[in-house]
Ligand binder design. Structure first.
Ligand SMILES: Cc1cc2nc3c(=O)[nH]c(=O)nc-3n(C[C@H](O)[C@H](O)[C@H](O)COP(=O)(O)O)c2cc1C
Length: 315
């Protein structure tokens, strides 16, 4: 039986939170190379895996350099979760499987998946059990601070006996969307309820200082989930590690960022060819945001068609 990798990681665990359209293999690898301890896939539909798995298997494939790597599943049918878990375990072989209980997006929530499952503890229990029963990998869940009258505490109380290994708590409620002030105290409260499981706090972490403040204020939390804070700043993970050990951190100058951006472009080209070059454009805009002449540079970068062109512009 594979080890529960979550328990092997040094605390604080710095994770790249799942992001559809962003956390592909190249971005996960770039983050892992810059201090991230564990990276999540983009969310993958269990129904797609159940009926027609080829495209979704392509979405969640990974390079062994990304390990530990967690595949996130979404859906609302326990039978689909069971089958999808078997397929992912045997054909993808990641280090963990995560279940999405936090997504508010219409196309997920509107079909009764993601955050729509938090007020349905019986169905949520069936789903978690279906995943745990069909893999020997550690299972994690990602939840929100709450939805309507159901708080994350209610939800955790209703599932705490199940054998999942970790939980990432997005400190915003469903109603709070993506911009309200996150509540990190709720992650600390959850850790008190499930002290043997790993608890990660997520939401609004954009600087090394943000991370330090949360980790110091809520010492029971095992680690953090970083999402938009890593856009154009995959080195935020390394900076957080530095500030947590030395009290200060290195600023990344243009030369250092250029090196990371070119490596990212090369990985995307290798993985996705011309689609990858199209996709790198948004990352390049994020990498060089805030630099003098950034908008001029961005304008050139968003029109590039090859890694060579990107390198030339960045000279
Ligand atoms: C573009 C985008 C895509 C996302 N996709 C997912 C997803 O696939 N699964 C998931 O659980 N959360 C997803 N999230 C939510 C993030 O994982 C995270 O919980 C949220 O952005 C809050 O963290 P932040 O404030 O650090 O960005 C997504 C967020 C964004 C912005």
């Amino acid at each position: 039986m594979p080890k529960n990798f979550w328990k092997q990681l040094e605390r604080p665990i710095l994770s790249l939170a799942p992001m559809a359209g962003i956390t592909d293999s190249a971005f996960r690898r770039i983050c892992r190379e810059n201090g991230c301890d564990v990276a999540y896939s983009e969310m993958a539909s269990v129904s797609a895996l159940f009926f027609k798995p080829a495209r979704t298997l392509e979405l969640v494939k990974f390079d062994s350099m990304e390990r530990p790597y967690v595949v996130q599943l979404f859906g609302n049918d326990p039978a689909h979760f069971a089958k999808a878990t078997q397929i992912v375990t045997s054909q993808v072989n990641p280090d963990g499987i995560d279940i999405n209980f936090g997504c508010p997006a219409k196309k997920v929530f509107g079909h009764g998946s993601g955050c729509a499952l938090m007020p349905q503890p019986e169905l949520a229990r069936e789903i978690i059990a279906a995943v745990c029963d069909n893999t020997d990998l550690p299972v994690s869940i990602k939840i929100r601070a709450g939805i309507r009258v159901t708080t994350a505490i209610h939800f955790i109380e209703s599932i705490k006996d199940l054998p999942f290994a970790a939980v990432m708590v997005h400190g915003r409620t469903y109603e709070g969307g993506f911009s309200s002030a996150p509540d990190f105290a709720i992650a600390e409260e959850i850790k008190k309820i499930i002290p043997d499981k790993i608890v990660l706090a997520n939401g609004g972490i954009h600087t090394p200082e943000d991370a330090k403040n949360i980790l110091e204020q809520y010492p029971l939390i095992d680690g953090l989930g970083i999402a938009r804070g890593a856009w154009g700043k995959p080195y935020l993970f390394a900076q957080i590690k530095e500030i947590m050990t030395t009290g200060k951190y290195t600023e990344y100058d243009f030369t250092r960022i250029r090196k990371i951006a070119i490596r990212h472009a090369e990985l995307l080209w290798k993985n996705k060819a011309t689609i990858g070059i199209f996709e790198i454009r948004k990352h390049l805009a994020w990498y060089f945001k805030g630099f003098p002449k950034a908008s001029e540079l961005r304008q050139k970068l968003v029109q590039t068609g090859s890694v060579e062109e990107i390198k030339n512009i960045l000279k």
